[in-house]
Design a protein around this ligand. Structure first.
Ligand code: ZN
Length: 208
């Protein structure tokens, strides 16, 4: 589900803006929309640009912007779809973790992997995707739902006071083409405030 949401979000980001409804290479955004997107999306590129890949090499947040936006939009949509699909059913903790915790653990597991240092260096400059670690941690730290699921204290590394958010309206999930759909579904960004202070501790809250 996160991958489907990821690809849907691409239709409305700095990559999808370059292709019209017929798939032709044609920027279909108004100039002002492009400018506004860049302004609002800066929250995400600033966040990822601080992450170290190896030695003193950091993520190029401008290069990975579209993918980072799609990762966040994708997980938000996946969670929404899961919640709707599970409505009315009975979900119980299994072996300890609650259903909400398992949702995020499952997402994290999808990014388990290992790369040699020799591979990390060139990828840092040419790969438009962030490294696996941050495709997991960089995303969930922006979701108050993660903080709630793991009872992270506000201010913990994975539950910062200021988050970046991709707000995707429901119409994106049911499709639609052209500028009308764009105006309806355009993901918007905002810096969000924490949803109050949660007090219980969680070992995963201080990941980096
Ligand atoms: Zn992508």
């Amino acid at each position: 589900m996160p991958t489907i949401g990821h690809e849907l979000t691409h239709g409305f980001d700095d990559e999808g803006r370059q292709f019209d409804a017929q798939g032709n290479l044609r920027n279909w955004w108004r100039k002002a929309d492009g400018k506004e997107f860049e302004k609002r999306a800066r929250c995400i590129s600033d966040q990822y640009s601080k992450y170290v890949i190896i030695d003193d090499i950091k993520i190029n947040g401008k290069l990975t912007l579209g993918e980072d936006v799609a990762d966040l939009g994708g997980l938000i949509q996946a969670r929404r779809a899961w919640k709707e699909g599970a409505k009315g059913g009975k979900l119980a903790p299994i072996d300890g973790p609650t259903p909400d915790q398992r949702f995020f653990v499952g997402y994290g597991q999808s990014w388990c992997g290992s790369l040699r240092d020799e591979e990390k260096r060139p990828r840092a400059t040419v790969d438009p995707h962030s490294s696996d670690r941050y495709r997991a941690n960089g995303v969930v730290r922006n979701m108050p739902e993660f903080q709630e699921a793991f009872h992270c204290q506000t201010g913990a590394r994975m539950a910062p006071e200021e988050r970046c958010r991709v707000v995707v309206k429901r119409s994106l999930a049911v499709g639609g083409r052209g500028m009308g759909a764009f105006e309806e579904a355009w993901p918007t960004f905002r810096r969000s405030d924490p949803r109050g202070t949660l007090c219980r501790r969680c070992s995963g809250c201080s990941s980096s």
